[in-house]
Design a protein around this ligand. Structure first.
Ligand SMILES: [Zn+2]
Length: 79
């Protein structure tokens, strides 16, 4: 979980700032709709992270291949 991410969720009834994990406003007891949004964010986060891992894996392979090509072109490194 990202604690530094700014969350501007507010109670629709009293305007009190509430947490995305809250289902009910702690001040007035208003039933919050933030839980559905929170679930949707979590669902969207999973395929995103898988995509990110795939991108990082492809990038790593590309960098390794690029390094191999560079070293083969350099051949003997002048020391
Ligand atoms: Zn409230």
């Amino acid at each position: 979980m990202n604690d530094k991410e700014p969350v501007n969720l507010r109670c629709e009834n009293c305007g009190q700032a509430v947490l995305p994990t809250d289902t009910v406003c702690w001040q007035c007891g208003w039933k919050l709709a933030a839980t559905a949004v929170d679930r949707r964010v979590v669902d969207e986060e999973r395929p995103l992270s898988v995509t990110a891992v795939a991108v990082y894996a492809a990038l790593s392979l590309f960098i390794i291949l690029a390094l191999l090509v560079v070293f083969s072109i350099l051949g003997s490194y002048p020391s």
